[in-house]
Design a protein around this ligand. Structure first.
Ligand code: SF4
Length: 761
């Protein structure tokens, strides 16, 4: 009998509906633990309200004004608000007490729990601790480093999706006035593949549906998405559709609780029952088996059409609005069912049955998230979804369309504001004309390229507006080396995180205001704007007193750095723009189409919707038509003992923010360093539940290892395993990326396992 290292595995099978009493209790616990029940309740009652602030969680849209409830938030929104409104503070005392090395020895959960940053902090070269620094000195330090660079392209300006439109617009303006397009953002790691796939097929890198369309759809596909944890209010929308009789087809390797049953905590009676069944059909596709499955659906549909030509497909739509149909259809017709079954893990009969559901549907919406976007062929995954939708003209009409669901509250808005490493010429023309300067035209670095540039020593200053770059990115050891090779790293943050501990030679932490807090500038109290997943822009206004008098808004920080760095080289009135955000919005209105009368319309209840050509069947593609694409079915060949691994969030996590150690919906309690496997795979490997194993990833001849993951049973397709990030990010090679989008392939990592010989991780 092998010498197994075992740890107690606390599992609690979750057979209750998602939401329900569990969500209520969790919300109460978070409020009580952080801001306190009274302050917490005040903040929650303002969350997602017309005159309140936008939840700093995901980007699921708010119902129209008049249709919102008093508690317009979900459990995970409540966690995000509680975390931001916590009474706990990270003051200079903490940094005096702890060295960076000691802090680095703490867990991400512990770091998060220390509270809100209060004071700008500086780490001198070689220093073991951070020490306080005055704002102006901090700005001067950044300016010195930036102006010492041989080229502005030696600087990288990273953005996390929490950044407001106003701060994002000013940030890109500063970077471009400095002379670089090095503007990576968190979208590079999540929906970049959606942007590329949609942009090349329907002419806009955004979804085409609105919440109203969900009320009209009779078939909703939810592909590679776990809304119960990552977009929980979406369950309210799905429940309404289910109650209306719509079919909901979940396509996911994991049987996610939120896609099975849901009890809306705001309906007391629902708390007593089993909740509402959400998915009417559940396809547990193999990891990266989506193209094979979608090809199977299209193949079955084309077979029906071929059996009765002219009676099945939306020929009017295809003829009038699309091109490329024949090139797309030929390989689909030729596809071999056995290959489609093997690669998808779904039987032919199931694919044909779901194809019939699609054909019977008058209006279909396809929703997706990271399960489609983080594979080597991710862009093709998106194009295949578009192919399927176009067969029945499910684009640009009520109840139908494409719905990539964004996981960060303003990640779409930041991109709209120009946070992108390859801006369009038209955008740069308008920006240059409005601010009377010549923006750089050469493309910059996205996130993965920025890591490589830092690692090669080509990038020497790394500036992050929010986020936790070190933990959000792949190839942890490599990324850490890259950051540590910088001359200066700057983190604009609300809370302590690991990126504050993996720094360049010099480092700054610049603490900023949160969404929930009042933002008072020289021009008075300010409000910001955000854009949700469905292209709706609305105002957000904080109302709580800031966590510290020494905090500054993101806008004020960007303006401060820009003034200190550019000085008289810039004709932009940075101080004036920071004093009154109306002026920033006026500039946005002048530079970005669709923001007419911005300052007035953003304050209207619910805000306004941005133009979306595809929604109006106007295709801004190369051919001015919606484009079918011929897609090859990827074949995943695993050798004996190899598994395909995906990294995911737990239910107590938001991106890299760890609120707790439970994953209630998957029944995993009190631990995160786990590898979820099918019970038969566990037995076949000679492992037992609770056994510690070392994981080894294999890519292009390289092997990366991460020790001591506890084996946990989970209903997954054979050969597919699942871990949490950031714990498993050391296994994801920075060079393993999606074609075209350069998104880390965190859902397609080939791994092997050995019985762990090292002590528990
Ligand atoms: S669904 Fe998303 S935006 Fe809405 S409350 Fe929850 S986390 Fe916040």
């Amino acid at each position: 009998m092998p010498d197994r290292r075992l740890v107690p595995i606390a599992t609690r099978p979750h057979d209750a509906p998602a939401g329900g009493l569990g969500a209520l209790w969790s919300t109460f616990k978070e409020a009580a633990a952080h801001p306190g029940v009274l302050r917490g309740t005040r903040a929650l009652l303002r969350t997602n309200q017309v005159a309140g602030f936008d939840c700093p969680g995901c980007a699921w849209p708010d119902p129209a004004p008049g249709h919102r409830t008093a508690f317009e938030f979900c459990e995970n929104g409540a966690k995000a608000v509680a975390a931001e409104t916590t009474r706990r503070r990270v003051t200079p005392d903490l940094f005096a007490q702890w060295t960076l090395a000691e802090l680095a020895g703490q867990s991400d959960h512990w770091l998060e729990a220390q509270g809100r940053l209060t004071t700008p902090m500086y780490r001198a070269e070689g220093a073991a601790r951070y020490t306080p620094i005055a704002w102006d000195d901090a700005f001067a330090l950044v300016a010195r480093h930036l102006n010492d660079l041989a080229s502005p392209d030696e600087a990288v300006f990273y953005t996390s999706g929490r950044t407001s439109n106003e701060a994002a617009f000013l940030y890109q303006l500063f970077a471009r006035q400095l002379g670089t397009n090095n503007l990576p953002d968190c979208s590079n790691m999540c929906h970049e593949s959606s942007g590329r796939g949609l942009g090349t097929t329907i002419g806009i890198g955004k979804g085409t549906v609105t919440l109203d369309d969900f009320a009209a759809a009779d078939l909703i596909l939810v592909i590679g998405q776990n809304p119960g944890t990552n977009h929980p209010r979406m369950l309210v929308t799905l429940e309404a559709a289910a109650k209306r009789g719509a079919r909901i087809v979940a396509i996911n390797p994991l049987r996610e609780a939120g896609l099975l049953r849901f009890a809306w905590p705001q309906r007391p009676l629902a708390l007593l029952g089993r909740g509402t069944a959400i998915a009417t059909d559940y396809l547990q596709v193999r990891l990266n088996g989506d193209v094979a499955l979608l090809t199977g659906l299209c193949k079955a549909i084309l077979a029906r059409e071929d059996a009765a030509p002219g009676t099945v497909l939306d020929h009017a739509f295809i003829a009038e609005h699309t091109d490329g149909f024949d090139a797309f259809a030929a390989p689909v017709r030729a596809a071999d069912w056995a290959t489609l079954e093997r690669e998808s893990g779904i039987p032919r009969a199931e694919m044909e049955r779901v194809a019939e559901l699609y054909l019977a549907s008058r209006a279909t919406i396809a929703c997706w998230a990271m399960g489609l976007t983080q594979h080597h062929n991710a862009v093709d995954n998106i194009r295949m979804v578009v192919n399927l939708l176009m067969l029945k003209g499910n684009l640009g009409r009520p109840g139908a369309g494409a719905c990539p669901v964004r996981g960060h509250s303003n990640v779409q808005g930041d991109r709209t504001m120009g946070i992108v490493e390859r801006p369009t010429a038209a955008f740069l023309d308008r920006l240059g004309a409005h601010f009377a300067f010549t923006p750089p035209r050469h493309h910059g670095h996205d996130t993965v390229d920025a890591i490589h540039a830092l690692h090669r020593g080509e990038a020497r200053v790394f500036f992050a507006l929010g986020g936790n770059f070190h933990s959000a990115t792949p190839d942890t050891a490599y990324t850490a080396e890259a950051l540590q090779r910088a001359d200066l790293t700057v983190q604009v943050s609300t809370k302590l995180n690991r990126s504050h501990l993996v720094t360049g030679r010099e480092a700054l932490i610049l603490p900023c205001l949160g969404r929930t807090e009042r933002d008072v500038q020289a021009g008075g109290e300010q409000w910001i704007t955000v854009e949700d997943s469905m292209g709706e822009v609305h105002a957000s206004r904080g109302h709580l007193a800031p966590a510290s008098p020494d905090l500054r808004s993101e806008v004020a920080i960007v303006a401060g750095v820009a003034r200190a760095t550019l000085g008289d080289r810039s004709g932009v009135d940075w101080a004036g723009l920071a004093a009154d955000y109306h002026r920033i919005r006026a500039a946005i209105e002048a530079v970005i189409p669709g923001f007419d009368d911005y300052n007035r319309r953003a304050l209207e209840p619910g805000g306004f919707r941005l133009p979306n050509g595809a929604r109006d069947r106007v295709w801004h593609t190369e051919t001015a038509r919606a484009r079918f694409t011929a897609i090859e079915v990827p074949e995943m060949k695993l050798e004996s003992g190899q598994y395909l691994m995906m990294t995911v969030r737990s239910h107590d996590q938001y991106n890299t923010t760890i609120y707790g150690l439970d994953d209630r919906y998957r029944g995993i309690i009190g631990q995160r360093r786990v590898v979820m496997m099918h019970p038969d795979d566990i037995a076949a490997a000679g492992f037992v539940e609770g056994q510690l194993v070392d994981l080894h990833s294999h890519f292009d001849g390289e092997v990366r290892s991460a020790p001591a993951f506890a084996v946990v049973q989970q209903a997954l397709p054979r050969g597919c395993v699942c871990t949490y990030f950031p714990e498993a990010n050391p296994l994801v090679p920075a060079r393993s990326v999606a074609r075209e989008s350069n998104t880390p392939a965190s859902k397609s990592v080939v791994v092997t396992m050995t019985a762990s010989v090292s002590p528990a991780g």
